[in-house]
Design a binder for this molecule. Structure first.
Ligand code: HPA
Ligand code: ZN
Length: 352
């Protein structure tokens, strides 16, 4: 292939990345709060932010590590007060990713970040769910909602949140675990996860983002999750890597997040191509796109460039996300057909 042909091929692949029907599985809805919206909500609710204006808040999006991000993330979500706020936040996210051809999304929310400020659990779920339903009708985006427990809080707190969730379980598909990882191992949440699984919910958990391989192993053994969120630090333990391959545990990777929080030095040394070559079940997601400089398409484009991915690898990422979702078999099959059709249209079909 000449240099020009190779350049054209990369451009065609980027066009395919933009056009491909996408599934997002690791997205914190509070992490879609753009600075402009934060000020809009603050103003209409009479809440003050510690920043003078939008630019000053955006300048603060320069993080040293997970904790420095969480401090700002937890403080900024205090502008979300009413059902309308949660509706608007979720609607704005859906409108944005509809343009990126997201067709299915499974979103986290952090109820403890709201109930601790006196916002009822019902208000949060009502606003988010109403927007998800409107998004289904207006954009054709299907969705699932995942209740995340904050791991820096106690087991008792998690159980109190689980009790508040009971009248709303028809809106909630799974439980998750997020916030500060180190010092808050998965074992602390074994009983609340058992209760959620007994009630028929699916389970996911952040592990191996800030914490080492022990956190991933503990999550698999004690929480019996369907997916691991992040899991990027699995490479520090080769037996664990083999287990993840054997069990085909989905890992929901978030490259721009890992870059911005210093989990990865850069995206060239990111282990994505290696993970794909080993047959790990990985997919690409945006985590907290308002804070980390990109939604799902920007994440995919960034790793395409840094890892010099080819079409077959991009397709594997897309297929993995469909299969790792909580959709039923028929919906998954329909999404696979849509993905393959767009690949063919872009010259990346079976013989492309
Ligand atoms: N890690 C842990 N907790 C979080 C994150 C994350 O990336 N985003 C929002 N809460
Ligand atoms: Zn996350």
């Amino acid at each position: 292939m000449t240099r020009t042909e190779s350049h054209d091929r990369k451009q065609a692949l980027d066009e395919f990345i933009k056009a491909m029907p996408k599934v997002e599985l690791h997205l914190h809805i509070e992490g879609t709060l753009e600075p402009e919206s934060a000020f809009r909500f603050a103003q209409r609710n009479g809440v003050s932010l510690d920043f003078e204006n939008v630019e000053a808040l955006r300048r603060a999006y320069d993080f040293e590590n997970l904790q420095s991000f969480l401090d700002l993330y937890n403080a900024t979500m205090s502008v979300l007060c009413t059902e309308e706020d949660f509706f608007d936040l979720t609607w704005d996210y859906l409108a944005r990713v509809a343009e990126q051809n997201v067709v299915h999304t499974e979103i986290f929310f952090d109820p403890q970040g709201h109930t601790r400020r006196g916002i009822p659990f019902a208000t949060v779920v009502a606003g988010i769910s109403r927007a998800l339903e409107a998004g289904r009708q207006h954009f054709g985006i299907s969705s699932r909602l995942i209740l995340c427990f904050w791991r820096h809080l106690s087991e008792e707190d998690a159980f109190a949140t689980w009790a508040q969730a009971q009248p709303h379980l028809d809106h909630i598909t799974a439980v998750g675990l997020d916030s500060s990882e180190v010092g808050h191992p998965p074992e602390k949440f074994q009983r609340v996860y058992a209760a959620a699984r007994a009630a028929g919910l699916k389970a996911v958990a952040h592990a191996g983002e800030e914490g080492g391989p022990d956190y991933i192993r503990g999550t698999l053994d004690t929480l019996q999750v369907d997916r691991i969120d992040h899991g990027i630090r699995c490479f520090e333990d080769s037996a664990l890597v083999h287990r993840l391959i054997d069990e085909q545990t989905p890992l929901t990777l978030c490259p721009l997040s890992n870059l911005r929080l210093g989990v990865s030095k850069n995206l060239v040394s990111y282990n994505l191509a290696r993970m794909l070559a080993l047959g790990l079940n990985v997919c690409i997601n945006s985590d907290d796109p308002a804070y980390f400089g990109g939604y799902i398409t920007e994440n995919l484009l960034a790793v395409r460039v840094a890892q010099d991915l080819v079409a077959a690898q991009v397709l594997t990422l897309g297929r993995n996300a469909i299969d790792a979702s909580f959709l039923g078999a028929e919906d998954k099959a329909a999404l696979h057909r849509r993905l393959e059709a767009v690949a063919v249209e872009h010259g990346f079909g079976p013989s492309g």
